[in-house]
Design a protein around this ligand. Structure first.
Ligand code: PSV
Ligand code: MN
Length: 388
């Protein structure tokens, strides 16, 4: 029976998962956005909640911001607020999906004035990165068309490249651009960046500091996501993950909830490809908590990633290699599945306690009184919302 060794534990101790500020705001579907007691009213309160996740798990040292949702007058003050609470400001996400001007595209639009407006938004995001100390600009584009014949597919790729070039040129040597893909939604016929190949083609033409962002919820059902992880790591182009899980579309559910085995397989390939605890690969969550409490939702999420990482570390690599080389299909599969089926929860709880953390961070949070405090204090004002 495999157990976690001191080496495994020191690997796990280095793990850091970035939280999305928007996970703490209200979100929903196109049918209804439910309000939740205690929801932050501004980015400062979102960061306080994110810091709480880190306090009970030591797994979430940074918070990603989304602009304009997280616009503030003084980013230096927001940065200090985060640092005082023991977290850093992370990736800056641009947003070109909630403005009437972008109905037919933003960075791909046929009208140069609208393209320029979208480029300028990204340049403003880089200004914000300078103030927050953020390294990564993450771009997801809600661009595409709904009907065959509606748009010139090729011209849009060319315009996208030209727009991205202008944004890339504004980055400092320490900053990076990560381009996220998604196979459909909100466009239903074609999407301008639908898959990793298109994202790769676009970023490869920009330069070394342009990389691909893989959102685990952005693939067609049945896609072998760990294969894509392997390939992008092999090519040195995996910049970041947006972790979440899905049953049907881009559900943005808690990572590992819909398919824990898929998360295990993905992390296995991260380990094999040298992506674990590698600063070049950002581990982020991109989730929405529509009906569950948001802070516990985020705690559960980072614990799921930690747990699957621990299990993937237990794979007996030597035995696996030997079985693979011998063509012993069933032995290789058994080595892999043994690690997956190992319950690491008691060992992780003990290890957390040895580090002064709650053995069960969900219970630790519930007992802390923080939830009661925010529900009592955050009365009045406007609750932050994803805006759907
Ligand atoms: C798009 O579905 C996406 O995954 C992008 O990362 C956005 O920034 C995010 O969701 C907003 O929730
Ligand atoms: Mn995403």
């Amino acid at each position: 029976m495999s157990t976690l060794t001191p080496d495994h534990l020191s690997t796990l101790e280095k793990q850091g998962i970035e939280l999305p500020s928007w996970a703490f705001g209200n979100s929903g579907t196109r049918f209804k956005v439910f309000a939740t007691p205690g929801t932050p009213r501004d980015p400062f309160e979102k960061i306080a909640d994110a810091a709480e996740v880190n306090r009970v798990t030591a797994l979430a040292p940074s918070v990603a911001l989304h602009i304009p949702w997280d616009k503030v007058d003084d980013y230096g003050a927001l940065r200090r607020h985060a640092e005082d609470l023991g977290v850093a400001l992370g990736t800056i996400n641009s947003n070109t999906f909630q403005d009437d001007d972008y109905k037919f595209g933003a960075l791909t639009h046929s009208d140069p004035k609208i393209r320029q407006k979208a480029i300028d938004h990204h340049l403003e995001c880089v200004d914000i990165m300078d103030a927050t100390g953020s390294r990564d600009l993450k771009i997801w584009l809600a661009e595409g068309s709904n009907y065959p014949g509606q748009a010139d597919l090729r011209a849009r790729q060319d315009r996208l490249q030209e727009s991205l070039r202008q944004i890339y040129a504004r980055l400092s040597d320490q900053q990076r651009l990560v381009l996220e893909y998604k196979f459909f939604e909100p466009a239903f016929y074609h999407t301008d960046v639908p898959d990793w190949g298109t994202s790769y083609a676009q970023v490869a033409a920009l330069g070394d500091r342009a990389l691909v962002c893989l959102d685990t919820g952005h693939h067609a059902p049945g896609t072998n996501i760990e294969f894509i992880v392997m390939q992008l790591l092999r090519l040195g182009k995996l910049g970041s993950f947006d972790f979440n899980s899905r049953f049907y579309a881009d559900d943005d559910l808690i990572v590992g909830a819909a398919d824990p085995f898929q998360l295990f397989r993905i992390i296995d390939q991260v380990i094999v490809g040298g992506g674990l605890n590698n600063p070049d690969v950002a581990f982020m969550l991109d989730q929405c908590h529509n009906i569950e409490k948001k802070i516990p939702g985020q705690i559960r999420s980072v614990l799921n990633v930690q747990e699957m990482t621990a299990r993937a570390l237990l794979i007996d690599r030597e035995a696996l290699r030997a079985a693979q080389d011998a063509g012993d299909v069933l032995a290789a599969n058994a080595v892999f599945m043994d690690a997956f089926y190992t319950d690491v929860r008691p060992a992780l709880a003990e290890w957390r306690e040895s580090r002064g953390l709650p053995g069960d961070p969900m219970a630790g949070y519930a007992a802390s009184g923080y939830q009661d405090k925010i529900e009592a204090e955050r009365v009045g004002g406007v609750q932050a919302s994803w805006g759907a």
